[in-house]
Design a protein around this ligand. Sequence first.
Ligand code: AMP
Length: 428
Amino acid sequence: MPTYRAPRGTRDLLPDERAVFDRLTRLATDLTERYGYRPIETPLFEQTAVFERGIGEVTDVVEKELFRLAPRTDEAESWALRPEPTAGIVRAYVQHGMQTWPQPVKLTTTGPMFRYDRPQAGRYRQFWQFDVEAIGDPGPAIDAEVIELGHRFYAEAGVQGVEVLVNSIGDPVCRPAYIATLTAYYRGHLAELPATEKDRLERNALRLLDSKDPDMAGLNAAAPRITDHLCEACAAHFDSVRAHLTALGVPFRVEPGLVRGLDYYTRTAFEFYVSGREGQQQALGGGGRYDGLVALLGGKPTPGIGFGLGLDRVALVLAEQGHAPAATAAPLAVVVGADPDDTVGRLRVASRLRAERLRVRADLARRKLGRQLEAASKDGAHFAVILGDELADGHVQVRDLQAGSQRLVALADLARELARAETTHRHG
Ligand code: AMP
């Protein structure tokens, strides 16, 4: 057992897995460009109040899972690692006066999030999210566009059978009455409530609906449904979101128990699942509308909607569904030499080829040519560039390791020759 290990709940993404994350991140960048989002990067930590005010103090994420940084005695402020990106992005929106930009402001980011959760499969203390936020459009059309973007991300990533669950969780007009109804319902079943849920009941009954406790499943299934208590404006909004989703051909199901774990959500809430795996732990991603958040964080009232998709879970599902990780790219050529000590020569040739954008390894081990060639074959390289006596008049031998043929090439032509081989190799 090594002395030092990655902290509990974190893991190292070794090259094969990191390559999967790279692919997903590139897809996120490409997709968001198509939909008109611009990248943003906010700090990995914020003033704790940004999360307490924004996400809500009576939420799992803030109450139990917030990664608080130990304060130094001489500092008045307290900080916490971001558990999700929305609060920080909205803080930036307000701080930089983005309310004066053309609306909606469409922003995207991908990066690590932190939650001090009990680690288990698919639940880590550091995990990755691909996130989009569209701030300044009250919807409902953009709600459907955002959901469709998330759905397309999974499809293009190669995840099969992703289903969207949607709900409306009302707004400050209709939600208070619903929460009162819900609270009365749970009070009627007080004896059946686990202690932690009892404790939360008077503070935020919605959190009970969102409970991960299996003992709550039966009670929650029979609970009053928010969709039966929406005000006219929220009901019309929800109808329209569904009509847009249908028109776009996005498969979805209304899930009245879906309330999302963060206080800032209003109206549209949604989650993505692999069909048949709708357990609480398995959500691939989720999001919703947050019409009150900008004002909560000190801006003038501005509606917004966004999502956060967990990349760790996408990687897990891709592996489960037999999606092979991207093969590691073998070098096109390895530069080897007859003189084991001439590492300078091998590096110089490799360096010139790399400047021409070719994937090249220089063999830097001081070993016999035969051993260098063996290693080149093992690498899966297409060519070995062999430096020998011909170097004196500006030539090298190029061996095609796959065909077994070899010919003399002028150094001046080398990059062009290899590049041509690369093109035919890729497209042939
Ligand atoms: P949430 O805002 O909690 O719904 O999180 C959005 C998405 O982030 C989830 O659907 C997961 O895919 C992912 N996620 C949230 N928490 C974790 C975690 N602790 N470990 C890994 N992924 C997570």
